[in-house]
Design a protein around this ligand. Structure first.
Ligand code: PLP
Length: 405
């Protein structure tokens, strides 16, 4: 039984008010709220274990190292990676993509080589490639989509050439909610000998992810979008690729031996973890993964699917409603505009009713150009949202709409 009231008790922020109204938090695609278990893990570790990891012989350092490396194992299990060597801690999705872009382009690509992305990417899966395009003369190719917000796989197939070196696509769109058929897309790329990076920022909190089943070469995500802390995230990479990539940053931890003449690098995953890692964050991230695992990712996916279906049907009843993203496979992200009301006005007035939504281009300007709009209002759901909150959102939108008539 999915007991949403019990789940909500774990998130103290959900019982606060804003402008005297109960908070309805529907900005989960930007960041999720944190359960007590995660927040307490941070203060507990600072209060009772804190010491730098890996290098210390003393008790606290060893205990902190055990927690940190234990968290790596928790991540491994959560995404079903083959080995902890394939789990690199980073600051988040953005840093993970920058790492791969920089090391892959710098180490394994030549001018004129190509990377395929899609039209619905977040800026963090566009700009890192553009930076490398400027440095190394690599070329970006873009998968188009149809009106429903589904990628055109025939066009995708046509983008491959002998110069294609990597595909980098999002699992779930942060604007349209489209769940892309990444397993199929990976299969198509592999048939041509091309590896694939999947941006899992918007999938990891909502659907079960098995990197071996997907056969992803790289899979990246952020802790803060799955009820964990900010400042920590993950780069999963198949060992065969991580082995081939040169290090991203230099410093402590990532070396084996340093002389002024030559430096040799540490084994995986440490080769990519220069400097003191966020060991407090990794423990808290593991707590977040334990938290969702205890509820069950299948159960979460099913519950949120029900919420999304309900929200879509209720929101479509609203006069003048335009929803962007009607893919068959859609997660709990609903982007919309109503009549001629500016997204910023809608967001600001909903906020006054206690409803937190996001407005703007959602860091996906090329997608906005494709849709022919400047921005949308976006409501995005999490495991603690309820149908009652969706009802309040719908009556809030109707109330704002009436103000503009
Ligand atoms: N990719 C997608 C699809 C996202 O939605 C986001 C954040 O919204 C990111 C990447 C960037 O995540 P972060 O800012 O946590 O690095």
């Amino acid at each position: 039984m999915y007991d949403v009231s019990k789940i909500r008790e774990d998130f103290p922020i959900l019982s606060r008010t804003v402008y005297g109204k109960p908070l309805i938090y529907l900005d989960n695609a930007a960041t999720t709220q944190k359960p007590r278990q995660v927040v307490e893990s941070i203060s507990d570790e600072y209060y009772s274990v804190n010491a730098n990891v890996h290098r210390g012989v003393h008790f606290l350092s060893q205990q902190a190292t055990e927690l940190h490396e234990g968290s790596r194992e928790t991540v491994r299990r959560f995404i079903n990676a083959r080995s902890v060597s394939e789990v690199v801690f980073t600051r988040g999705t953005t840093e993970s993509i920058n790492l791969v872009a920089s090391s892959f382009a710098g180490g394994l690509m030549k001018p004129g080589d190509e990377v395929i992305v899609s039209v619905m990417e977040h800026h963090s899966n566009i700009v890192p490639w553009q930076l490398q395009a400027e440095r190394f003369g690599i070329v970006l190719k873009v998968i188009p989509m149809d009106e429903k917000g589904e990628l055109l796989l025939d066009e995708y197939e046509k983008l491959f050439s002998e110069r294609t070196r990597l595909v980098s696509v999002t699992h779930v769109s942060n604007v349209l909610g489209t769940v892309n058929p990444v397993k199929r897309m990976i299969g198509m790329a592999h048939a041509k000998g091309v590896p694939v990076l999947i941006d899992g920022a918007q999938s990891i909190p909502h659907i079960p992810v098995d990197v071996q089943e997907l056969d992803a070469d790289f899979y990246v995500f952020s802790g803060h979008k799955i009820y964990g802390p900010t400042g920590i995230g993950v780069l999963y990479g198949k060992e065969k690729w991580l082995d081939r990539l040169p290090p991203y940053q230099g410093g402590g931890e990532m070396i084996q031996k340093v002389t002024f003449e030559k430096t040799t690098f540490n084994e995986l995953p440490f080769k990519f973890e220069a400097g003191t890692p966020d060991y407090i964050g990794s423990t808290a991230l593991a707590k977040a993964l334990d938290y969702v695992s205890a509820i069950g990712m299948e159960q979460i996916a099913e519950y949120e699917h029900g919420l999304t279906r309900y929200a879509m049907s209720r929101m479509k009843e609203i006069k003048g409603m335009r929803i962007f993203g009607e893919a068959e496979q859609k997660s709990g992200v609903i982007s919309f505009l109503v009549g001629n009301i500016h997204h910023f006005d809608m967001g600001t007035l909903l906020d006054r009713l206690g409803i937190a939504v996001r407005t703007g281009h959602h860091c996906a300007e090329p997608l906005m150009h494709r849709l022919g709009i400047e921005g949308t209002v976006r409501a995005s759901f999490a495991l603690y949202n309820t149908k009652e909150e969706i009802d309040t959102l719908v009556s809030g939108i109707e109330r704002v709409s009436r103000m503009f008539c």
